[in-house]
Design a protein around this ligand. Structure first.
Ligand SMILES: Cc1ncc(COP(=O)(O)O)c(C=O)c1O
Length: 407
């Protein structure tokens, strides 16, 4: 393939002489550790850790009993695709949540060990590293860094779509050159978005489907923050696909997880749903890579996808935390979705260092979640991300302390 001139946000081509793993930077939290090493936080202030997006809510009540009742399942190998019971429960949840009329648990749903491994591995199912065509994987910038690692290590070339205040934090579909669309294997969508909180609307998805059909690529939608939103429940890719009468969710793969909605990040449980042909392909890959979910955890997962009471309780805490943060901060508004605050600052790294040194607060520099474009601009550089995972009081305290940071 003759690589097209893809405009200003295209990444420089990978060097054939370098192992692709060596082209990836250290993971954001490793970089953060290095950034803050040697800095001492003020002794008199309790530390607030708003760095990682790890929910810190009490364990949902059914977890311990369900696990206890199913311990004997540890003596069996789990199947890669997941039990019928779990896949049926997920199908029921998708039907309730998105009003789907038809989804087949057997051919359109797989268990995943959290979305992270699946988001990474999917690139290996959808990209042919030996092909000179379809070399691009599109992704938002800033992004969940797994998209970048997945694309690069699968042999693709990442194409970054800047999500900035100027685009309303949406990936601008119209700004992608036709040559890039033509050579796109698939696109990662993240809605609600980590870190910006943007939520994709129906029209945005419609435009994306039109492009996917015209240029023959697939869509991988990361919906793991789908149950954390300020106003309306976000629409999902499968819902829009069905509304457009796309038989069998053609070109779609959706991933979701219990990590955020059920505050069970340590359980490592999620699902993949969509187009049966893509699911079949991915299932085959997964029989080789081996991410089967232990049987007792599948039982807990089925219980978690069947219960919305704990999810509503969690959502109420996140909403109160976001409101408390912005009330105390005195500027800006809660994001549409997710529990992240994406705050503009003059320099994210300098701000993160100062926040730790002056206020005993750990936050993530925005640039650790984004990539330089071809001109060296980085859309995350002038931001920091704070995760509101410790409840409303700490969120307000975090806002007051961030207000006092001076760089
Ligand atoms: C956008 C996004 N996608 C996926 C994940 C992975 O979550 P898990 O593997 O726990 O489902 C995360 C975790 O922080 C995330 O922020």
């Amino acid at each position: 393939m003759e690589r097209a001139d893809a405009g200003p946000c295209r990444r420089a081509p990978l060097s054939p002489s370098r192992h692709r793993l060596d082209t990836l930077g250290a993971y954001p939290f490793e970089r953060l550790k290095v950034l803050l090493s040697g800095i001492t936080a003020p002794a008199g202030l309790a530390h607030i850790d708003a760095g990682a997006g790890e929910p810190r809510l009490p364990l949902p009540p059914f977890v311990a009993d369900t696990l206890q009742a199913n311990l004997s399942g540890f003596s069996r190998y789990p199947t890669t695709k997941g039990s019928d019971a779990l896949r049926n429960t997920v199908a029921d949840w998708l039907t309730r949540r998105y009003g789907l009329k038809e989804i087949h648990a057997d051919s359109q749903i797989l268990s995943a060990n959290g979305t992270r491994e699946a988001l990474f591995a999917v690139a290996h199912a959808l990209v042919d590293p030996d092909s000179r065509e379809k070399a691009y994987v599109l992704m938002p910038n800033p992004m969940y860094q797994i998209y970048l690692g997945g694309a690069i290590l699968a042999g693709a070339e990442p194409y970054f779509m800047p999500c900035t205040p100027a685009t309303g934090f949406a990936p601008d579909l119209a700004a992608v050159p036709e040559e890039v669309w033509r050579n796109t294997a698939f696109i990662y969508v993240c809605s609600p978005s980590n870190p910006t909180g943007w939520i994709a609307g129906e029209n945005w998805y419609r435009d994306l489907f039109a492009l996917a059909d015209r240029f023959d690529f697939n869509i991988v939608s990361d919906e793991c923050y789908s149950e954390i939103y300020m106003h309306q429940p976000p629409v999902g890719l499968l819902q829009i696909a069905e509304g457009l009468a796309r038989t069998g969710f053609s070109r779609c793969l959706v991933m979701n997880s219990l990590s955020k909605r059920s505050a069970l990040p340590g359980m490592r449980s999620g699902f993949i749903a969509g187009d049966a042909a893509l699911i079949g392909r991915f299932a085959k890959l997964r029989t080789y890579t081996g991410p089967a979910t232990p049987v007792p955890l599948q039982q807990v997962a089925a219980a978690a996808w069947s219960d919305e009471t704990h999810v509503e309780r969690h959502l109420a805490v996140y909403r109160r935390s976001l409101e408390a943060f912005f009330e105390a901060y005195g500027e800006g508004e809660p994001p549409e979705g997710s529990f992240f605050v994406w705050l503009p600052v003059s320099d994210g790294e300098a701000f993160a260092k100062a926040a730790y040194a002056q206020q005993a607060v750990t936050i993530l520099p925005g640039a650790y979640l984004s990539a330089d474009d071809a001109s060296g601009n980085n859309p995350g550089k002038g931001f920091i991300r704070a995760a509101l995972v410790d409840g409303p009081e700490k969120a307000a305290e975090l806002a007051r302390r961030l207000r006092q940071v001076r760089i």
